[in-house]
Structure formats: C-alpha cells, structure tokens
Write a protein of this length. Sequence first.
Length: 126
Amino acid sequence: MIILHFQLYIVILRYKIMGLTKSEIFTDEQNQLSALLKAIAHPARIAILQRIIISNTCICGDLVGELGLAQATISQHLKELKLAGIIQGTIEGVSVCYCINPKTWKLLGEQLGGFLASYKGETTCC
C-alpha cells in the first residue's frame, strides 16, 4: 500500500511540477482518480489492459504481435501503467511479465464506480 501511494504521489508530483494542475486545491481522492484515469487514457493502454485481463495471467512479451505496435511503444505504455500502479511486473529470465495490480484495480473500480454512481439521473435544467 505504501508503494501504491508513493507511485501515485510521484505521478501527481510530476504533473504538478509541470504546472498542468493545481492539485493542492483538490482532494486526495480527486487527485488519485485523476492520476489513474490519466494513466489509462490512451487506446493502446486500454488494449494492453484488456489483453492482460483476458489472459487472466501474467503477460510476458507477446503484446507486440497481438497489438501491432512497436516494442518500444508498448514498453513506454507498460512503464506508464506500472508507474501509476495499475499493473505490476516481475522478472522471469530475460523478460518482464506484467499483470493487473489487484489493489489498485479495486481502488480504481471503487472510486470510478462511486463517481459515476453519484449522478442521480436526468434533470430538466438544460
């Protein structure tokens, strides 16, 4: 859990330093959800996550053939997902294997689910 918070702190700090957001005026939960959503907000990253979920096991290097992207591109997307704590990796021989980080995935589901569920339905204001 400490690693997860540290990773999210790094992600939030990186964007804060770059001046893209004034994260201090938002709640920790808002910043955390924003960092997680930013990490998955690319079609290649969604495809990577879908592939990991479908396989229901660790993925070890077979994403290049399945997604049609360059190894360097996939490595960069995997790095961003891992930095955010959404996936975790282990070294097996000469390859790194990735799987969903269940704690972060659960947190993402709870926070995003709560956010989406907070909408109470249609209104007549617009």
